[in-house]
Design a protein around this ligand. Sequence first.
Ligand SMILES: Cc1ncc(COP(=O)(O)O)c(C=O)c1O
Length: 377
Amino acid sequence: MEFPKQLQNKINERKENYTFRELHGENNRIDFSSNDYLGFSKNKTISSKVARALKDQRIINGSSGSRLISGNNSLFEELELMFSDFFSAEAALIFNSGFDANMGLFSSILQRGDIVLYDELCHASIRDGIRLSNAQCFKFKHNNLHDLGKKLKNPKLSTGNIYVVVESIYSMDGDQSPLKDISDYCRENNIYFIVDEAHATGIYGKRGNGLVVELGLEKHVFARVYTFGKAIGCQGAIVVGSQELRSFLINYARSFIYTTAMPIHNLLTLKYAFEELRVTMEVTKLVKNISLFKEEIKSRNLEDLFLPSDSAIQSCIIPNSKSVKDIANKINSNNFDVKAILSPTVSSGRERLRFCIHSYNSEEQIKQVLNLLSTFV
Ligand SMILES: Cc1ncc(COP(=O)(O)O)c(C=O)c1O
């Protein structure tokens, strides 16, 4: 049977615009693209503890079912208690990924008649979760409290609960949300506030417990999402909030209910990664490397090309998919792994090279990759 013509046309369209996505095998290039900010995915202490624990226990490869059927075990409960303490929350619930966490959270809590306002740069998983609900939804301008207020004055708004959604560190721009101002605004206006801390998890706050806790806002945030595929170097995510929220999600979040539970080796990796987080020096190294990267941008007069960011995500705007791809290819062929981020992941005209800084990048590597950038832009 022939591949449907409409779908083929869509593929062709991507190829013509230089936005066609392809998978590539692993490479040995110097890493300026992964989310493994602290090198935890390759951390030997974590992997050897996991290997030992697996050897000591009854080896179970798969979890055998969803948590509500046969996949639950005491390690889930132990970790969820540890996470609620670590992230200063009443309760936590583990999901298989950050995508699942956001899909499950938003599609279940938002009811018909509710209103949800989200920052225009929020991640696809937040938008898709919202799209699955029957709530009225609006995006507001990035980090713009004034625009948020304006959107809330719309006379056509329905009368249900109101939710506001932001990320504490934005995944593509790397900048920070004005969490305190938005939280104050939400409190004054009886709005439920939700924060996705994917790119802050493990890096910001005490021992990596995120920006909401660092700013002392945890009592004013209805739900928080922390993901484990980035600085934690593993896989999975949690939603934290009240006990009622946890019970609600166990009952209504379809991406929690209708999926096989996380396997034990993943749970053990989480356990030992969070142990490592309590003693690691990698965060200090990462912070030093981010400062160095920013100084080196400045000394090469590249500052105007970069979006303002103090995080591990440093984006160099190069509008036009072909131009940014060409520069990424040239940098990659010099043995540095830097990814071009294209539309529709970012809006058209805002294509970029996204540099992810890690604790394990050397001073020399940071200087070399920026030398290449200045040669090619
Ligand atoms: C802000 C944000 N939320 C959620 C996710 C999804 O997390 P995961 O990769 O664990 O599915 C991402 C991943 O890129 C993200 O950047």
